[in-house]
Design a protein around this ligand. Structure first.
Ligand code: TTP
Ligand code: MG
Length: 357
C-alpha cells in the first residue's frame, strides 16, 4: 500500500513576506539578512534578486557586489512565525500527521484523508489556494509516495507550482537526478560523491549498500535506498523541544558581577553541549536572574543568525546582564535558556530545519 505524502514549501519565504508588507518592493530584488557592508549572510532573497546570482547563506557583502540596487532588509522573525502558524492551520484541515522542516516547509501524510476524493494532487491545489487566501503568499508543493520524492518534487515547479511523482515513476526520476539535488546531500558530500564518479541517481545505484556504507557511514544505507526511489521514513509529527536551558542556585548569594559572569559561562557551556548533541541552534537567548529576595527577572535577546557556539552566546551576555540589577543586588540563582530552536545540518551549515515558537 503506497502512502500519499505532500511536501509544502513557501516561495522565497522571508522575502515574499517583506514584499507583501511593503508593496513598493514588489517586483524588486529584495535581500533579507545581513546589511550590505556587514559580516552577515543572506537568509533568503526574492526571485528578482536570484537572477543576479544571489542566494541563501551567501555573505551579504558578496550579495551587494552582485546586486547593489537590491533592497536589503533585516528579518522580522516574529512576523514569519505568525505566517507559519497560519499555514499550519491550513495543513491541519488536511492531515493529522504533519512534520515541519522549518517555518515555511512541512511534510503532510494524507494517506487517510478523504478530502478531494482522496486525490493528493487536488488536496495540494486546495492547500496552496487556502494558504494564499489566508496570507497572500504563494507556496509550492511536491506530491509523491515518500518524503524524499515529495521534497524533490516541490522544487520542480517552483514558484507557485506543484509536481507529482507517481509510484511507477519514482525510480526513473531518481536515476536522472543530480546527487547535489538529493535532500541530505550537502556540498561536502556532493564533492565526495563526484570524486567517486557518482553524479546522478543512476551512478549511485551502481554501488552496493556495503560500499556506500563504507564511504558514507550510516547515511550510506539511506543513499542506497533512495537511489531506488525507496524511502520508508514515516512522517513524524514530532513534538519539538521549545527551549533548552540550564540554571544554578548558589549555596550563598553572589554579589560580584565578574563571578556571575563566570557562572554564566559555565551554564552556557552546559547548554551548548546539549545543543550540539541535538544538532540545534537558537535564535533567542534568555538570561534568568533570581535576586536574593526571590524576585525573578528574565531578559531575552533574539538575533538574526541562530547561535550555537558558546562564544556567540558570551557576546550577548554583557548586554543582557546590563538590563538587570545584578550590579546593585545580590543573586541566588542564574540561568541561561535558548529558544526558537533550529537545526544545524551536517557540514556545519546552519539551516532552518525546524523553527518553533
Ligand atoms: P527555503 O524554503 O530554503 O527558501 P525560500 O522559501 O526563501 O525560497 P524557495 O522559494 O527556494 O523555497 O527557506 C525558508 C526560509 O528560511 C527562507 O525564506 C529564509 C530562511 N533561511 C535562512 O535564514 N537561511 C538559509 O540558509 C536558508 C536556506 C533559509
Ligand atoms: Mg521555501
Amino acid at each position: 500500500m503506497n502512502r500519499k505524502i505532500i511536501h509544502i514549501d513557501m516561495d522565497a519565504f522571508f522575502a515574499a513576506v517583506e514584499q507583501r508588507d511593503h508593496p513598493q518592493w514588489r517586483g524588486q530584488p529584495v535581500i533579507v539578512g545581513g546589511q550590505p557592508h556587514s559580516r552577515g549572510v543572506v537568509a533568503t532573497c526574492s526571485y528578482e534578486a536570484r537572477r543576479f546570482g544571489v542566494h541563501s547563506a551567501m555573505p551579504s557583502s558578496r550579495a551587494y557586489q552582485l546586486c547593489p540596487q537590491a533592497v536589503f532588509v533585516r528579518p522580522r522573525i516574529p512576523v514569519y512565525y505568525r505566517v507559519s502558524q497560519q499555514i499550519h492551520a491550513v495543513f491541519h484541515e488536511y492531515a493529522e500527521l504533519i512534520e515541519p522542516l522549518s517555518l515555511d516547509e512541512a511534510y503532510l501524510d494524507v494517506t487517510d484523508t478523504d478530502a478531494c476524493g482522496g486525490s493528493a494532487s487536488l488536496m495540494a491545489e486546495e492547500i496552496r489556494l487556502k494558504i494564499y487566501q489566508a496570507t497572500q503568499l504563494t507556496a509550492s508543493a511536491g506530491i509523491s509516495y515518500n518524503k524524499f520524492l515529495a521534497k524533490v518534487a516541490s522544487d520542480m515547479n517552483k514558484p507557485n507550482g506543484q509536481y507529482v511523482i507517481r509510484p511507477e515513476q519514482g525510480e526513473a526520476f531518481v536515476e536522472q537526478l543530480a546527487v547535489g539535488k538529493f535532500y541530505g546531500v550537502g556540498q561536502v558530500t556532493e564533492a565526495k560523491m563526484h570524486a567517486l564518479g557518482i553524479r546522478t541517481g543512476a551512478d549511485l545505484k551502481a554501488w552496493s549498500r556495503a560500499q556506500l556504507q563504507q564511504h558514507f557511514g550510516k547515511a550510506g544505507g539511506y543513499y542506497y535506498a533512495i537511489a531506488r526511489g525507496v524511502d520508508e521514513r514515516p512522517v513524524v509529527a514530532t513534538r519539538q523541544r521549545k527551549s533548552l536551558g540550564s540554571e544554578t542556585t548558589f549555596e550563598q548569594d553572589v554579589s560580584e558581577v565578574s563571578l556571575m559572569y563566570q557562572y554564566l559561562e559555565q551554564l552556557t557551556a552546559d547548554v551548548c553541549g546539549v545543543l550540539t548533541k541535538k544538532q540545534l541552534a537558537a535564535y533567542t537567548v534568555t538570561l534568568k536572574v533570581k535576586y536574593a529576595d526571590f524576585q525573578q527577572v528574565t531578559r531575552s535577546q533574539t538575533v538574526d543568525e541562530p547561535v550555537y557556539k558558546p562564544e556567540q552566546i558570551h557576546q550577548l551576555l554583557p548586554s543582557l546582564m546590563q538590563r538587570t540589577e545584578i550590579s546593585q543586588r545580590s543573586v541566588r540563582l542564574l540561568g541561561i535558556s535558548l529558544s526558537k530552536l533550529t537545526s544545524i545540518l551536517d557540514e556545519g551549515e546552519v539551516k532552518q530545519l525546524s523553527l518553533f515558537q
